[in-house]
Design a protein around this ligand. Sequence first.
Ligand code: AMP
Length: 371
Amino acid sequence: MAVIKIHDKYFKPYISAEKLNKYVSFLAKEVENDLDPNEVPIFIGILNGCFMFVSDFVKQFNRPCEVSFVKLASYEGISSTGAVKHLVGINEDLKGRTVIILEDIIDTGNTLTEIYNIFRDKQVKELKIVTLFFKPDVFRKELHIDYIGKSIPDKFIVGYGLDYNGLGRNLTAIYQLKDKKMKNIVLFGPPGAGKGTQADRLKDKFDLIHISTGDVFRYNIKNETELGKLAKTFMDKGDLVPDEVTINMLKEEVNRFPDANGFIFDGFPRTISQAEALDVFLDEKGESISGMVALEVPENLLVARLLERGKTSGRPDDQDESKIRNRFNEYETKTAPLQDYYQKQNKYFGVDGVGSIEEITERLSEVFKAL
Ligand code: AMP
């Protein structure tokens, strides 16, 4: 499940259709167990939001029952206290009946107050309240709720009958409003600049997801996947893997973490067209790149570092100087222009990449904090 856009806002997956089904069937069983077996209840759904919930609920309630729907409508001018709610659509005689209200969500409790008021003089035998969702943090009433499917934090949700300005009711899962922007950082620098080492330290410090496209490729090569076989021919020579392959892989990786606070992109983008694709992809999610943070290290230092790493990393592309030179060549021709790409958007931040690992983490952290 991916992030979706409704009107002007973005929503992330929150409760899957499978989970919803569990809450609903649990509620139906609870209600069924508590009822006198001879009692034929009348379920009343409060429209509009409840229609999916009621439909699924009564399918799981395996005893005779009646089902009805009402709508709460406002009319003004009669009471001095302003708008008063009344029910539209109640045709059944409820006198002496067991009435079970089915609500999709109870938040402040204002609607619930109205329901209690309206049913007070209907001479029902018993009134029970069932709600699929409940927001304890905003509920301000002393009113009784008999059954709660799931308590949720005070965040705006849509789907499964619930709408945002009319849309979203037909979604089979529940989505939650995304209210804060991610911190998405492109950690940049030539091969051997220390991106992997630093990303590893910074991801914990800033609670971000580290995606190294090189690592993902190596993982696929090790596991002999189709992607791995394809990437290997390019990687072994120190060439870049084609954009389309890399971009699709990156999107899949990002989509695995819909709840992330943000990402450190390490080794991506490496071409202008990857950067453009990343911008479009993030924009569809209501997100953007916060900044490119570049480790600046002189080339002579880098070659020495890579050859040193090659002794232990087992990476074929680290082990011989001509492959390393080729990677630099790829970097200079295809990747370095990205500095300009982000500079134009005022998103380029250069950091001195020479020093101890700790010192460099400190320098990077200062920039990360500000982004
Ligand atoms: P790295 O571990 O970042 O040094 O990447 C090692 C190799 O993986 C590169 O030399 C490329 O062959 C390949 N690779 C990693 N990221 C990308 C990318 N964004 N685009 C194309 N090829 C990539």
